[in-house]
Ligand binder design. Sequence first.
Ligand code: NAD
Length: 492
Amino acid sequence: MANTYENYIGGRWTPPRSGKHFQRENPANGETIGAFPDSGPDDVADAVSAAAQAYPRWRATPAPQRAEILFRAAEMMLARKEELSREVTVEMGKVLKEARGDVQEAIDMTYYAAGEGRRMFGQVVPSELPDKFTMAVRQPHGIVGAITPWNFPLAIPCWKLMPALIAGNTVVFKPSPYSPLSAANLLRILEEAGLPPGVVNLLFGEDDTGAALVRDPRVAMVSFTGSMEVGREIAAYCGANGKRVHLEMGGKNAIIVLGDADIDLAVEGAVWSAFGTSGQRCTAASRMIVQEGALDAFTEKLIASAETLRLGDGLDEATDVGPLVNRLQLEKVQSYIEIGRKEGAAIAVGGARAAGDGLDKGYFFQPTVFTGVRPQMRIAQEEIFGPVTDVIPVSDLEEAVSVNNDVPYGLVSSIYTRDVSVAFKAMEQITTGIVYINAGTIGAEIHLPFGGTRGTGNGHREAGTAALDSYSEWKSVYIDYSGRLQKAQIDR
Ligand code: NAD
């Protein structure tokens, strides 16, 4: 009998008012992993009420004291890293070594946010008038609705919750229905670490649960990571209703390989970036933009490497590539294979669902390389979110950068070249939010801003101190100790 999980509202594990739960299965083998609340509007209202009740006290708690709780949570995650990682693999399929990276990122973010409890620097500037002190300090928004995808089940929630909490907000957290185990694990840890009731509330549910959370008038800010379509819908609602909104959405990331590149290094980075997490990363490299001089050698080696990747259950340490997260994702990838074929691209390797050796029980898809791809094809413009990458030939740096930039998204780019001047020129001309030189497109570090331009975001950034700008607002404070009326701009 599978475990039944409940929502966490106001410090209590609470069944949904409807009593309804949905079942979730391991995408590698179809085994049930648990039953989770299918939360409705009443549950959303309860969770938001709990967050509203907890807010005044949490806001008034000194940030270094908030930080102590986060620090304890990070210590617990570290101590439980292995079991947390295994549950990441079981619920969404990524291989164990990547799951450990996911958990480590969550730990790093939690320590980092805890450190901000004793920093959160404001600004002190000289006043234009005598006997007057001027400064700007951060203040929280109130209740943050955090809505997350399934592909980083622990890291992305921590990227949102930890800076939101350290800044003094309370949170209602709605994880993806495809990564519920890690969400429950995180809340158990926060509870044990001493987080007061109502400061974070967990609501399991499908898309309509997220929509109801966005629409609750008491939610001051929505922080969303997921697809561009959903993000834009949320942004439209928030815009019309005066809510703060932070969006992290899709990507169509590219690796540029110039004629002078170290080809073996580039291939290694390309394989890791294109097929890691079965291509289900917002930072996955789904385009290889290759200068003609490097084209044959790079393509040949990329295909050869893709052929050697071993598919299987992510819990098996020998596995390179796990399954896709669910049937929908599998069908989406299959549909893009057809689209690519019809557009005239060639499938150099892969292109089909993987079978045999027990793979039929899961949603496995062969690592796939399309060759002869032109930049305006749909497979080179739209996010596929699977183990599929395109090889696009170009003649020089200028064309490479133009192809790189000319997509609806703007998350990550990478360039392989041995020429430092060319690398700097590319870094300047590339318009994505993240750029790598001589490294693949994945591997962001948590103390730098993370996010993208164009359809990837809305100008905010996660991680680093930039995250605090999303989860707080500036308050400017003027203290006049002159004992008389002083008029700014007039008494000069
Ligand atoms: P999704 O947009 O389908 O769902 C994301 C979350 O939003 C889920 O919790 C879902 O239940 C909820 N949701 C769906 N419809 C909603 C609505 N109308 N109102 C409120 N909430 C709603 O995305 P997904 O399939 O879970 O994740 C994959 C996507 O996430 C990809 O596009 C990927 O690129 C993106 N992603 C981006 C980043 C980044 O930092 N830029 C990181 C990881 C994933």
